[in-house]
Design a protein. Structure first.
Lengths: 51, 186
C-alpha cells in the first residue's frame, strides 16, 4: 500500500479529496521517494543516527 | 482558543520517516505519519517543528545511507536517491512548512552548561552515551520555546534514549520527551 493510499484509507475518499494542496503535494513527494534495494540492520541505523 | 500542541522532531526520528528501511524504521515512520495526520486536521493548533540544526544532521544521515551503505544502489542511483530525500525534506520544511524550521539563536546557548551539569547528575547510560552538544542544543531550543509560550504543550520527539531519560528526570524544568520507537506521540 502506498503512502497516499494509506492517507486515503485513514481519511476516507471525500476528506482525502478535500485535503489542502500542500498536503496533496507532500503525499505525492512521499510516494516518489527512492525505493531501497537492500535492507539495513537496526543496529547500523542506530550507529548512523548516534542513538 | 485551546492551547497548541507543539512537537520538536529531531533527526533520529525524521530520518526514519523519509527512509523507512527496516521494521523499527517503519514503526517510527507510521507514528510520525500519525503526527502529520493530526497536524493536517488541526487548523494550526497542532504544530510540528524541526530545530534547524537537525536539518544538517538529516542531510548527513541521508548521505551515509546513500553513499556509504548504498541502500538505494550505487553511483547515479545513490546520487538520485540523495537528491530525492534531500528535496522531500526541504520541500516539507522550507517551502510548504508542513514541518516548521525553528532557528538556532544566541540565547539558546545561555544556560547550556546547566544541561550538561544536570546530565552528569544522572547515572551513566546503560546503552549509548551521555548528551552530545547537539542534544543539549535541541533541549535548550525546545525548552526556550516552552518558556516563551507557556500555554502550549511542548514535546521533543526523538529516538535518542538519553534525551528522553533526561526529560523524564527533569520533567518540571524541561519539555516532555517522546521516544518514538517505543511510544506514540499522540
Amino acid at each position: 500500500m502506498t503512502y497516499g493510499q494509506r492517507w486515503e484509507k485513514r481519511l476516507g475518499k471525500a476528506a482525502f479529496k478535500r485535503l489542502a494542496p500542500k498536503w496533496k503535494r507532500h503525499i505525492k513527494r512521499m510516494d516518489a521517494l527512492p525505493k531501497p534495494v537492500k535492507t539495513i540492520s537496526a543496529r547500523r541505523m542506530h550507529q548512523i543516527l548516534g542513538t | 482558543l485551546a492551547p497548541r500542541s507543539v512537537f520538536f522532531l529531531d533527526a533520529s526520528a525524521l530520518v526514519h520517516f523519509f527512509a523507512p528501511l527496516g521494521a523499527e524504521s517503519r514503526i517510527i515512520h507510521n507514528r510520525i505519519d500519525r503526527l502529520l495526520d493530526a497536524a493536517s486536521k488541526s487548523s494550526g493548533r497542532f504544530v510540528l517543528q524541526i530545530p534547524n540544526i537537525c536539518m544538517a544532521e538529516c542531510a548527513g544521515a541521508f548521505a551515509k545511507l546513500c553513499f556509504e551503505d548504498r541502500v538505494f544502489g550505487a553511483d547515479e542511483f545513490a546520487q538520485d536517491a540523495y537528491r530525492g530525500l534531500r528535496d522531500a525534506l526541504l520541500n516539507d520544511v522550507s517551502r510548504e512548512r508542513i514541518i516548521h524550521s525553528y532557528e538556532l539563536r544566541r540565547d539558546h546557548f545561555i544556560g547550556i552548561e546547566d544541561i550538561f551539569l544536570k546530565d552528569y547528575e544522572l547515572p551513566p547510560p546503560r546503552q549509548g552515551s551521555r548528551l552530545s552538544s547537539h542534544d543539549a542544543l535541541i533541549l535548550s531550543m525546545a525548552n526556550e520555546y516552552r518558556l516563551a509560550h507557556p500555554a502550549d504543550s511542548v514535546a521533543i520527539v526523538t529516538d535518542d534514549r538519553r534525551i528522553v531519560d533526561f526529560c523524564r528526570a527533569f520533567r518540571d524544568d524541561f519539555p516532555r520527551g517522546v521516544r518514538i520507537s517505543t511510544q506514540n506521540a499522540v
